[in-house]
Structure formats: structure tokens, C-alpha cells
Write a protein that binds this ligand. Structure first.
Ligand code: B12
Ligand code: SF4
Ligand code: SF4
Length: 370
């Protein structure tokens, strides 16, 4: 019996989202963000570090009308990128780093000296990828219901995405602060389509499936969780390697280990990601980006950097940030074979690279002389 749900615009909209690769979708009411007070407190404690844009657009995050006015519903979607390359990039595993086939090999290509890249960055630049699909979804809705307005956003708009995703029924906020879906884990991007159409909201996700588990809190290499559900971004390797432009604080360099760009530790250890490992996902994967050779990176000038990374997420880091990170990784896991590249980096035009190279040389000499 057709009670209208099968043919409703909500049902067809979610069907279109699925066709576009969004395996998760749900509708949240366009009311004040439940988590705004939490967000404001987080900013006041200084946990956002140098991410000034979060301070600048603080009040806009109170209500989604800052993105679209009037707004009556928020469709939240999730696009899976998968737990890619976590195994192969692990130091000491048999194939560690060897699958990085598209990268020319250097004398130092030893799995123990490779720099790890977070799973979400092992493909094309993701904003463009998501925006293209979200814009398609907005255009579909505007064509389906002539006269309505739809606005697609992902990541960069002043919307508390995890908050709205929980309210749209997509999952719960784990102790690691990730939005976790009971069937899909947490390795997915979030995106939203805001509309002035009064879509019927789904039920919010209530409760949490974390139980007594504390695996993520215990495993975080830099101790970035002051308490469950709260992340001090200034200690998070993801912030340090991607967002921070200045030198990485010295006490956090060693705990970074071999993470070159981003970090997945608090997701890799989460039991809710176990059953989704290896499941096919729509986001393209480049095995050549799973793990990168820091010595080769130190040899890239601006042009070579642009050619290699322009279409990837690592472009955001700019050459200065990525080469700074490469030097830190070598300081942690490299040996004397890395010294010539690091010594050349002492003459780099970027202060932040020179400083990291000097630190890494000191660390390697200390290790090899003891
Ligand atoms: C700033 C930012 C960061 C910062 C700070 C992260 C953080 N945890 O706050 C840094 C640079 C560290 C970062 C790292 C990463 N990020 Co980020 N990041 C963002 C961004 C732009 C804003 C997040 C924000 O406002 N943080 C401030 C805190 C206070 O807010 P919040 O974490 O969203 O939590 C809110 C709600 O969830 C709720 N809430 C929180 N806890 C609880 C608990 C309970 C019980 C309840 C009821 C509610 C609740 O209240 C909070 C305030 O409203 C969002 C995109 C967006 N526009 O939202 C992406 C986003 C959160 N990041 C994302 C990703 C993929 C990552 C990384 C995995 C990347 C990587 N591999 O390196 C890591 C994960 C680190 C981690 N454990 O969070 C995805 C997350 C997808 C998902 N499944 O959750 C997002 C949504 C981007 C996207 N569009 O896909 N990120
Ligand atoms: S991403 Fe890494 S450093 Fe950041 S909170 Fe998770 S485990 Fe800690
Ligand atoms: S590792 Fe455990 S505590 Fe952390 S988010 Fe996953 S289930 Fe929750």
C-alpha cells in the first residue's frame, strides 16, 4: 500500500542523494543548533588555536539561516571515503608503503621512513568532489519543486555539521568527536543542502553506542582529548599538520610519529569502523598518496609541488607546511640517509622548513650516536 511516503519529495530526494554516492541522508529541522553553547565554550577555551575563521563566524553557527534565509529544512548527507591504506602504511607491515606505486622511489624508501597520509586525503581534493554532487542535488530539488531554493554546503560554511547530522538521524557524536553511524562507521564526509521547502524532518539520533569504550581517548598519540567528546584542536595532529602555519610546538613533534598529513588514529581504533574496513566506497583512491617519502618531498620546489599536489587535499598545506611536516617525520623515523636532504633544507627560503630541518638533524644525530 502506498501511504505517500514512497512518492514523497523527501523519499525521492534521498533516492537522488544515494544515486550521487551519498550512502547516508536524513533531514533535520532548521532550528537553532543544539550544540551552539558547546561550540562557543570550545572557542572560549582556546581549543580552536589559529583557526580564526571559527571565531569570525561564531554567531553565524547559531542558526542555519546564516547560510540560507529563509531556511525550513536541512538535508544532511554522508559520502564514504573508507578506511584506506591504514594497514599498508603501518610501519613494519610487509607491504608498508610499497603500494605508493606512482611515486618515484628514492634510496630512502623504507616503510619505516614513510610519511602517513590520512585516509580522506588519499584521493582528489574532496571539497570539489562533494560540492559537485551537492550542487547536482540542489539543482534536482529546485527542478522538482519549482520556486523553491536550495543551497549546498560542505565543510567551509558556518554550519555545525556534526550537530545537524546527529539531528538528521545520521549517527551519534563519539567520544572522539566523530559523527559515527552504526552501519557505516565514521570514515565519511558530511555535506548539507539547505532549503526553504518545509521538508518533513527525520527523527534525531538519540543516545550513544560508545558505552564504556575509551579506545580513542587512550590511543590518541598527543593526548588531545581533555575529556570525552571534547577535542583540543591545538594538540591534534590533524590541526598541527594541516591548519597550523607556524612551527609545530616542540613537545608535540615526537608524538606525531610518522603522520605527515592529518591523522586517523582515533578512527582506526574505533570498533565501529571494523566492519566497514575494505567495503567499496564512491570516493576515488590513489594508492600513490597512502604514504609519501619525506626525502623526496624535501626536494620539491614550488613548481614541482604544484604539479604533484594541485589537485589533492595537500595543496591546502602549501609547500611550506608539507615540507615542514616531512622534516618532522624524518626527525622521528628517519636515519642518517636523510641527512643530506635535511642539510639542503637548512638553506630553504621558508623559515618554518629550515627550523624543522635543524630539529630533525639534531634528533637523527642523537639517535645514531647513542
Ligand atoms: C574545525 C574542524 C576540524 C578541527 C577541529 C575538530 C573538532 N573535533 O572540533 C581539526 C583540524 C582538528 C579537524 C580534524 C579532523 N576533521 Co574536521 N572539521 C572541522 C570543521 C570545519 C568544524 C568543526 C567544529 O566546528 N568543531 C568545533 C566542535 C566544538 O564542534 P563539533 O566537533 O562539530 O561538535 C559539535 C556537535 O557534534 C555537538 N557535540 C559534540 N559532542 C557532543 C556530545 C554529545 C553527547 C552531544 C549530544 C553533542 C555533541 O556539539 C558540538 C558543537 O555544536 C568541520 C566541518 C563543519 N563545518 O562542521 C570538519 C569536520 C568535523 N572534520 C572532518 C574530518 C573528516 C576530520 C578528520 C578525520 C581529518 C583527518 N583525518 O585528519 C579529523 C578528525 C579529528 C577529530 N577527532 O575530530 C569531518 C567529520 C566527518 C564525521 N564523520 O564526523 C567534518 C564534518 C568535515 C566534513 N564536511 O566532512 N577538523
Ligand atoms: S586525529 Fe589523531 S591527534 Fe587528532 S584527536 Fe584523533 S588520534 Fe588524536
Ligand atoms: S573508540 Fe570507543 S569511545 Fe571512541 S568513538 Fe569509538 S566506540 Fe566511542
Amino acid at each position: 500500500m502506498d501511504d505517500g511516503r514512497e512518492t514523497s519529495v523527501e523519499h525521492r530526494l534521498k533516492g537522488r542523494a544515494r544515486e550521487l554516492g551519498f550512502s547516508l541522508s536524513g533531514i533535520a529541522p532548521a532550528t537553532d543548533a543544539d550544540g551552539f553553547a558547546r561550540f562557543a565554550d570550545w572557542l572560549d577555551r582556546g581549543y580552536a588555536g589559529e583557526m580564526d575563521y571559527l571565531h569570525r563566524f561564531r554567531d553565524e553557527r547559531r542558526h542555519p539561516r546564516a547560510v540560507l534565509d529563509p531556511v525550513r529544512a536541512v538535508l544532511m548527507v554522508g559520502l564514504e571515503y573508507g578506511q584506506r591504506g591504514a594497514r599498508s602504511a603501518e610501519r613494519g607491515t610487509e607491504d608498508g608503503g610499497q603500494s605508493a606505486s606512482s611515486v618515484p622511489r628514492s634510496a630512502l624508501r623504507d616503510p619505516r621512513s614513510m610519511g602517513r597520509v590520512a585516509a580522506y586525503a588519499q584521493g582528489p581534493e574532496y571539497h570539489r568532489f562533494i560540492w559537485d554532487r551537492l550542487n547536482d542535488l540542489s539543482a534536482w530539488l529546485e527542478a522538482e519543486v519549482p520556486g523553491c531554493r536550495a543551497e549546498a554546503v560542505a565543510d567551509t560554511a558556518p554550519l555545525l555539521e556534526r550537530d545537524f547530522a546527529r539531528r538528521a538521524g545520521l549517527g551519534w557524536v563519539g567520544k572522539n568527536t566523530m559523527l559515527i553511524n552504526p552501519h557505516r562507521g565514521s570514515f565519511f564526509f558530511l555535506g548539507a543542502v539547505l532549503t526553504d521547502l518545509a521538508l518533513t524532518p527525520d527523527l534525531p539520533f538519540t543516545g550513544s553506542h560508545c558505552g564504556t569504550c575509551t579506545a580513542c581517548l587512550d590511543a590518541c598519540p598527543t593526548g588531545a582529548f581533555p575529556r570525552p567528546h571534547v577535542l583540543d584542536a591545538t594538540k591534534c595532529i590533524s590541526y598541527l599538520t594541516i591548519e597550523l602555519r607556524s612551527p609545530i610546538p616542540s613537545d608535540l613533534r615526537e608524538p606525531m610519529g610518522d603522520w605527515l598529513y592529518g591523522c586517523d588514529v582515533c578512527q582506526d581504533v574505533c570498533p565501529w569502523n571494523r566492519k566497514t574496513a575494505g567495503v567499496p566506497v564512491p570516493f576515488p583512491h590513489d594508492p600513490g598518496l597512502e604514504a609519501l617519502d619525506p626525502v623526496e618531498l624535501l626536494g620539491l620546489d614550488e613548481d614541482a609541488f604544484r604539479t604533484r599536489f594541485k589537485k589533492t587535499s595537500m595543496w591546502r598545506n602549501r609547500r611550506a607546511g608539507l615540507l615542514r611536516n616531512a622534516a618532522i617525520v624524518l626527525g622521528n623515523v628517519g636515519d642518517e640517509r636523510a641527512l643530506p636532504a635535511l642539510e639542503r633544507a637548512l638553506a630553504d627560503k621558508e623559515d618554518v622548513i629550515r627550523e624543522a630541518a635543524a630539529w630533525a638533524i639534531g634528533r637523527i644525530r642523537q639517535r645514531t650516536s647513542s
